[in-house]
Write a new protein. Sequence first.
Length: 283
Amino acid sequence: MSQLIIRSIRSRVVKQTLQRRWCTSTTEEKEFPNVHAMPDTLESPLSETVLEMHRKAERKWMDFAEKIKAAREEGEEARLAAIDEGLELSKELGMDLRRPGHEASLNLEAAEVYQARGDIDNACARSIAAEDAYKLDKDVGGMMDARSERAFLQAKLGQLQEAEDAFQSIVTWAQTDGRRGTPMAQSIAENLQHTARLGLAIAKTGLKQNEAAHELLGVVLPHFANENDVENTWTCLVTAEQCFRGMDDLVSAKKAVERQINWAKRFKLTDRLPEAEARLAGF
């Protein structure tokens, strides 16, 4: 399958709401579990011991936040080393003080680093670890987001059936339990559903289920284009080209390439123009 049609595709809303990655505001108290929410009227020595354990854990996470912030400026190796240090910290704290949500975010960040390096196997493994951590944290939205990342990586590895199954599970969740939460949770589920449908189109194209892929693209392409979602629209157009080629509809495939070129010019995707223009010349 063309490397062009596989990207790390997540909606902006999902990315903003699900993935808190120890950004510049991480050192603020609100980014960490609130120890002050624990009862402050307990007087037993045991209770005070527990409170002190939590305070120490919070201080360790605050120190780690500064460390990973600095590591991001140093480069990929320092960043990965800091991520692994954070994961080890969570394990050292034990089950009572463990932060599965932190572990999930760290693993997703590691997956992004590995993907940028082209190490898709390690990126996929980290995405699976993130999904497991979100499950432990009972964060279903986060779990589905990590599953989406994992499925796109599986598609890139050629594990198309596994990717299709994962994307379908996200769509099913978004249409059922995902609609029963808060308005924000429903918005997250809706955005995940759009990206999962695009993922399904990619997987089905690779599996030669071109009619089904074409139907899915007919839904998601107008949505992403209307949102001016540059990456997802581009991926839709490239997937559409592959889909039409699979259907032996070269006229439509050519039109998809022309739309790619127009989209690339509109949003100054200059690095993608030469290959698209070369494909157009090949018709």
